[in-house]
Design a protein around this ligand. Structure first.
Ligand code: PMP
Length: 394
């Protein structure tokens, strides 16, 4: 056998094999067929939000000779982000502590590569967003999985404390959480901060908190959002516009350092180097130019909340075990069959596509994305109800 690609990449591919197989499965391709209800990923199934195209078009018209020149963390964009964060968080965020990213995918890759040394441990919470493990490995780190509390889905602070070692370099926290829909309460975040401060003191170097806030604008029932970064100084706030605008193919986001972070210039220098080395991972010029206008746009969260209520109501009535999410796009449901993959395949045979829990370390569950459109919701409800009453095959 020739070694066609690097051993490092082969090992990373092996660590992702379950998810990659799911992506490649012939049945998943069918989810794009007409008549199918596609609840798999947080992709748009309705027209783009009003005002978006016009704002993007205006930003494509050059206003100076450098309009399409190489772009870094452009002051024009970082000022917009800093202003927005000052309003959202009531803290003195500044443009010089903001790195523009190609969404949170790149934000995590940049941050992990900038902060993690080979063999450092990075804690993530399970069930996770599926790329945490491989992103940590790709940065040379060792992923350390800590389960969320299985009855509340809150952070299990005792378990996090028990997982901390002298090699712990960072923890990834995602609130509002994909897939559980939980917003971690302030009390939990205070306790987390104490654990991380004690760990940093013991190790003689900071343990960083990477706060994945992809869904921090998708909040239901008028809830407010306690950001983990409000409670701990060595925090990085990672945000993507892909959710709020429901345009995940338009890669735009940022990493923001809170005003109280010590050594912030060193961290910014490291992020900048990584943005460059990862392949000039600065967002496209036209996206950065458009940010002043598109930053205030958002999908209609009230409509999403209505869809949440409709689905939770109908599925509960059908017999499913489902908790109403506090934020995000997602419903997390217990699979009526012990084998969640078999159940999701049976649903797919009936033209309803969902994400099996096996792909996000939670066998026995499945996830629905509320970004499906109303037609898909209407079509799928009787199908969900019908399959609930059927016993597993065999
Ligand atoms: N973090 C979480 C929790 C997510 O759900 C996602 C997208 N599904 C991302 C990060 C990545 O976001 P983006 O593709 O916009 O970078």
């Amino acid at each position: 056998m020739t070694q066609a690609v690097s051993r490092r990449i082969n090992a990373l591919l092996a660590s992702m094999s379950g998810f990659l197989q799911f992506l490649d499965s012939p049945h998943l391709l069918r989810r794009l067929d007409p008549g199918v209800s596609d609840f798999v990923f947080g992709n748009p199934h309705d027209p783009v939000l009003p005002g978006y195209l016009e704002a993007r078009s205006r930003a494509l018209v050059p206003r100076d000779k450098d309009w399409f020149a190489y772009k870094l963390n452009e002051l024009e964009a970082t000022e917009v982000v800093a202003r927005s964060l000052r309003v959202q968080r009531g803290r003195d965020f500044t443009p010089d502590r903001i790195a523009m990213t190609n969404g949170t995918f790149a934000g995590l890759a940049v941050a992990l590569n900038a902060l993690v040394d080979s063999g450092d441990e990075v804690i993530y919470i399970s069930p996770p967003w599926f790329f945490y493990d491989v992103l940590i490995r790709a940065a040379g780190g060792t992923p350390v999985r800590v389960d969320a509390d299985r009855s509340t889905w809150d952070l299990d602070i005792g378990a996090i404390e028990a997982a901390v070692t002298k090699r712990t370099r960072a923890i990834i926290v995602n609130s509002p959480n994909n897939p559980t829909g939980v917003i971690y309460p302030a009390g939990t975040l205070e306790r987390l901060a104490r654990v991380l401060q004690t760990a940093s003191d013991a190790a003689g170097r900071p343990v960083y908190l990477l706060s994945d806030e992809a869904y921090n604008h998708i909040l239901f029932d008028g809830r407010s959002y306690p950001s983990p970064t409000d409670f701990y100084d060595h925090s990085l706030l990672l945000y993507t516009y892909g959710k709020t605008h429901l345009t995940p193919g338009e890669r735009l986001g940022y990493i923001a350092l809170p005003p109280t972070m010590p050594n912030s210039q060193e961290v910014m220098d490291a992020l900048f180097l990584m943005q460059t080395l990862i392949g000039w991972a600065f967002p496209a010029a036209s996206l950065q130019h458009a940010l002043a206008e598109i930053e205030k746009l958002s999908i209609d969260v009230a409509t999403l909340q209505q869809r949440r209520d409709r689905m939770v109501g109908a599925l509960t009535e059908a017999g499913y075990e489902v908790r109403s999410p506090q934020g995000t796009f997602y419903l997390l449901l217990r699979s009526p069959w012990p084998d969640d993959t078999a159940f999701t395949m049976a649903l797919a045979d009936l033209d309803v596509f969902v994400l099996p829990g096996a792909t996000f370390e939670l066998p026995g569950y499945f996830r629905i994305s509320l970004t499906a459109n109303d037609e898909m919701v209407n079509r799928s409800i009787p199908i969900f109800a019908k399959l609930f009453t059927e016993p597993p095959p065999g």
